[in-house]
Design a protein around this ligand. Structure first.
Ligand SMILES: [Zn+2]
Length: 430
């Protein structure tokens, strides 16, 4: 199913012409209106006229999250302040957030891309769409909301609210599609279990869009299995609209990035050099249609690779592979590099593993993984638990090359985060 078949199946050559035209316009506009970019161009000795081909994007400067913070609150605004109609921010772990402005056109366009994305997963106007993401400064609420309304769904803006209320809405309005954090989807499953509710029989869910947190294929499969619905991976970042930048189609084999709106590059995270298609590196995005606040070559810190083969669905916008981690999230344990997702993949491959886990690093790189088991998995038989623990340690060692300590705990004993899950507690940096 297509929302905008013409744009979604545009030929590669027409798409590239469109990208070049939009890139040239964007560069021209920021050169005129944004002192930050004007100064950068001057230092690099380039002018908008130097952008003659798509490859020339490489001549443009990178923009980093530090640049966005340094230009807080409105240093990167490319329109008059009264042309902006919406403000979102991206949470910062330290200091000021990153402020992102939307013009009227930006709001409409973001909704348009969400509509394409949702329809691509098979969601239609017949669906009842419960948006369980935080409304407010975070884009996951409002931006997704407007897109789902555009499709014509009945949208329930439940926000992250309490599980009791989520369940009531789901049952009373026969919710068929949700937008949910993967960690919350797992947590909510535990809540349903306690309530004696079988999500496969007692709920009407058929589609779940999960995003805003990196997660593994194993977690997707687990959510699908628990709820008996199709789960689609959604990718976004506030700096580029929020959700709806890239989404999986029905084949669930990588995320289509809407290339008429963004230029996608993969670079070596240390050298900044572009990498050939198929190689793994850091994703860099240039906005092509953002009016209020265009951003050139944004360093996302997300690690992925481009899937060069065309997709069976017929969309010509290229796909990238599931994000394997954010370069900022990389852990270095005893000199070995690893991502928390590698650990999650191993844990989720054990059926006894429940819905929550946490990785604690302390002392001289000592890693302890606390893992909740399901009620059946935590059967109180010491020999079962110690055998399982040994198996887990060996599998984790094989995957990460580091031998962690594993503590198995009963369901519900680890703390639950309010919003995004906090999976890693690194006490070394405190
Ligand atoms: Zn596809």
């Amino acid at each position: 199913m297509f929302w905008d078949q013409e744009s979604e199946t545009i030929t590669r050559s027409t798409l590239q012409q469109l990208q070049l035209k939009r890139l040239q316009d964007t560069v021209q506009r920021v050169a005129q209106r944004v002192p930050f970019y004007r100064d950068k161009f001057k230092k690099l000795g380039i002018t908008p006229a130097d952008i003659k081909s798509l490859d020339d994007v490489r001549r443009l400067p990178f923009t980093t999250s530090a640049d966005l913070r340094a230009n807080y609150p409105d240093g990167l605004l490319a329109v008059e302040r009264d042309e902006a109609v919406r403000l979102h921010t991206s949470s910062g772990t330290t200091g000021k957030p990153k402020a992102i402005f939307f013009s009227r056109k930006d709001v409409d366009n973001a909704a348009e891309l969400i509509a394409r994305s949702l329809v691509m997963t098979g969601i239609t106007k017949k669906d009842v769409f419960q948006n369980m993401m935080s409304y407010g400064l975070f884009t996951g609420g409002l931006v997704m909301h407007y897109g789902a309304e555009k499709v014509g769904c009945l949208v329930i803006p439940s926000g992250p609210g309490t599980s009791e209320r989520q369940l009531m809405l789901m049952q009373d309005f026969r919710t068929t599609a949700v937008h949910i954090l993967p960690s919350y989807a797992l947590y909510f499953a535990g809540f349903l279990e306690q309530k004696g509710i079988d999500p496969r029989k007692d709920l009407a869910l058929r589609k779940a869009c999960v995003g805003a947190e990196p997660h593994t294929e194993e977690t997707r499969r687990r959510i699908e299995q628990i709820y008996g619905c199709d789960v689609y991976n959604s990718y976004g970042l506030t700096e580029m609209n929020g959700p709806g930048i890239a989404f999986e189609c029905e084949h669930k084999a990588g995320l289509h990035l809407w290339e008429d709106n963004f230029i996608l590059e993969i670079i070596h995270p240390d050298t900044g050099e572009p990498l050939p298609e198929g190689q793994t590196g850091e994703m860099v995005l240039t906005s092509l249609k953002r009016e209020a606040m265009p951003i050139l070559r944004y360093r996302t810190r997300d690690i992925t690779s481009i899937i060069p083969e065309p997709c069976k669905c017929g969309r010509t916008h290229r796909r990238f592979a599931r994000i394997t981690g954010r370069s900022d999230d990389m852990l270095i344990i005893r000199g070995v590099n690893m991502f928390p997702q590698q650990i999650e993949r191993v844990l989720m491959s054990f059926p006894q593993v429940g819905r929550n886990y946490v990785i604690v690093i302390e002392g001289l790189d000592d890693m302890t993984i606390k893992v909740e088991l399901t009620a059946a998995g935590f059967d109180g038989q010491v020999e079962h638990l110690s055998a399982l623990q040994k198996q887990m340690v060996e599998k984790l060692k094989a995957e990460t090359w580091v031998r962690p300590k594993v503590e198995l705990v009963p369901a519900g004993s680890l703390p639950v985060a309010e919003g995004k899950a906090k999976r890693v507690i690194d006490k070394r940096s405190l």
